[in-house]
Design a protein. Structure first.
Length: 136
């Protein structure tokens, strides 16, 4: 029985050794593939990194340009607001002047009407007085 046990142990050692050898060969193939993949990635990533850096610089420039445009637009909007406020004041003034003009026109019309009324009244009184003195 001892030979049989030794034979089983020896056979087991050979099977384990064969399994270990095949596992080590698979690991070696996987590391070679991984190394090749990393080299390919390194070749691809380097140009992408420089392109990414140039894109970031371009984005910074565009952002700065957008900020400047926003500042200009803010200045234009403030100026338009100032002009609009001035126009509103002028329109208010002209509206007030129009009302004053209407009032002046009305007052002038009333004055002329009163002048005509008084002139007619005086002329009627003179006619009446002149008739009264001739008759009386």
């Amino acid at each position: 029985m001892t030979t049989a046990v030794l034979l089983v142990i020896g056979l087991s050692a050979v099977v384990v050794t064969a399994a270990l050898v095949s596992t080590l060969l698979a690991i070696r193939r996987a590391t070679l593939r991984a190394e090749m993949l990393l080299m390919i990635l390194e070749r691809e990533v380097r140009p992408m990194t420089s392109q990414l850096q140039s894109l970031v610089e371009e984005l910074r420039g565009l952002s700065k340009h957008a900020d400047q445009n926003m500042e200009r637009m803010g200045a234009v909007i403030r100026r338009v607001d100032d002009v609009t406020t001035g126009i509103a004041r002028v329109v208010g003034f002209v509206g007030g002047m129009t009302r004053v003009g209407q009032l002046v026109g009305t007052a002038t019309g009333v004055k002329k009407g009163l002048d005509v009324f008084i002139a007619r009244l005086i002329s009627k009184n003179k006619k009446h007085d002149s008739r009264g003195t001739t008759n009386g």
